[in-house]
Design a protein around this ligand. Structure first.
Ligand SMILES: *Cc1c(COP(=O)(O)O)cnc(C)c1O
Length: 420
């Protein structure tokens, strides 16, 4: 399998999987995409006895003829070391719980897979890399946790002082050995600017990126869409509609790739918070990035979603794009009301991101049956959820063990020279 840039429609320059994973962004500024999306053969999938086995089956074509082909089974075992749950919580709502990994959000799937794959590639070539990641919360902890203890990679996490929640701060600073945390006297934008400057500094070598545009994070996110749609179709006798809480659009791009590959998915619907750049595109055509707006579902506060470029690559014709992709925006008030309604009706507690998807199911899909993708544990957002439902949430065991670890952060000014 070869990979090409989204900006090279004729696919004149081809890249290997390791090249795509190690560089993240194509030299022409585009994002890496597979030259074809391999069609899956349903028969072997029906015989898989576990999620890991199914993940291997669907990812294998992407790894064919690469240096990583023979280690794919171990990478899958290493990365997907926690359960994926498909839970029916009411007659109309089945929740796909993706938050049982070490940092209690779906980003564990992509980050752990990339960490395992990258570490193996570096081992094979005898090299070392340093990963720089700027975070406003969720991504940094998933990346730190996933790369912690890897032999050939160091991680430097940058977060803005005083602008992350107490629980987020602990999850960003409870690491040691190859992971260091930097508390930057500045904003999230300052942190991001520092990372960009470091990457442009020709004097600095051996830097790598683990951000969400990396193909090594995208591919593993397709796996749970096969799992969910096959399980649902088998049980219900029909294909599901899947609603994906979306920000940077990586998670929903993976869902579309699974659908194009032949997974039994009727329709994919995007739920966004008040950041409505996708909705505006669908209404007007012509994509315009915007400044991001702060909302209760803060991991989706993205004004200029980077994976839009991949979606437009998959559906280059605007008419086609419009017929395949539906997106609906949800306000903070509706997020609160949905968390409350679901709790009152079923006893189930949703995080604010998940609630955007359930709101779309009720409000925009005529209360139709659907799979609602749950991207994070509500316990990560206890400060928002607890006052709405009027009770305290249990802390999941994996979060509890993180919250007990000793913390260490290095305070620095917003200047990237202080990182090296
Ligand atoms: C990152 C994140 C999202 C958004 O996913 P994208 O792939 O960026 O669209 C949604 N919910 C949670 C909890 C997240 O951490």
């Amino acid at each position: 399998m070869n990979y090409a840039s989204t900006r090279d429609r004729k696919q004149e320059r081809l890249y290997s999987l390791p090249e795509a994973m190690m560089t993240a962004l194509a030299p022409d500024g585009g994002l890496f995409v597979p030259v074809v999306i391999p069609q899956i053969n349903n028969a072997p999938l029906g015989q898989c006895s576990s999620f890991v086995e199914m993940a291997f089956e669907v990812l294998h074509p992407y790894f064919e003829d690469s240096e990583l082909e023979s280690s794919l089974p171990e990478i899958c075992m290493d990365a997907f070391s926690f359960p994926v749950d498909l839970k029916q919580i009411s007659p109309k709502t089945t929740v796909l719980e993706l938050f049982h990994g070490p940092t209690a959000a779906f980003k564990d799937f992509g980050a752990r897979f990339l960490a395992s794959a990258m570490d193996r590639l570096l081992e094979l070539s005898g090299q070392r890399r340093t990963i720089l990641v700027a975070t406003s919360g969720d991504t940094g902890s998933a990346v730190a946790s996933a790369f912690h203890g890897k032999k050939n990679i160091d991680v430097k996490v940058l977060f803005p002082k005083g602008r992350v929640s107490e629980r987020q701060r602990i999850q960003l600073t409870c690491w040691d050995s190859n992971v260091s945390s930097y508390e930057v006297d500045g904003s999230f934008d300052d942190c991001q600017a520092m990372v960009k400057q470091a990457f442009m500094d020709p004097g600095l070598r051996g830097l790598a990126s683990a951000n969400s545009i990396n193909l090594g994070r995208l591919l593993p996110q397709t796996t749970y869409y096969y799992f969910a749609s096959f399980s649902y179709a088998l049980q219900a006798g029909r294909m599901p509609t899947i609603i994906v809480p979306s920000g940077n659009l990586g998670n929903c791009t993976a869902a579309f790739m699974a659908q194009i590959a032949g997974a039994p998915i009727e329709r994919i619907v995007l739920a966004t918070n008040a950041n409505r750049s996708v909705e505006d595109y669908l209404e007007k055509g012509g994509f315009e990035p915007r400044a991001s707006i702060q909302t209760l579902a803060n991991a989706m506060d993205v004004g200029s979603p980077s994976n839009m470029e991949r979606l437009m690559y998959l559906y280059p014709d605007f008419k086609d794009f419009k017929s395949q992709i539906k997106a609906f925006s949800v306000s903070d008030e509706e997020i609160r009301a949905t968390i409350k309604a679901v709790y009152d009706e079923t006893g189930y507690v949703m995080c604010p991101h998940t609630a955007t998807a359930e709101c779309v199911r009720r409000r925009d899909l005529g209360d139709r049956e659907a799979i609602v993708v749950s991207t994070a544990s509500p316990a990560k957002f206890n400060h928002i959820v607890e006052p709405i439902i009027g009770r305290q949430l249990m802390v999941p065991s994996q979060l509890e063990s993180l919250l007990k670890r000793p913390c260490k952060a290095i305070a620095i000014k917003a200047d990237y020279h202080e990182l090296f």
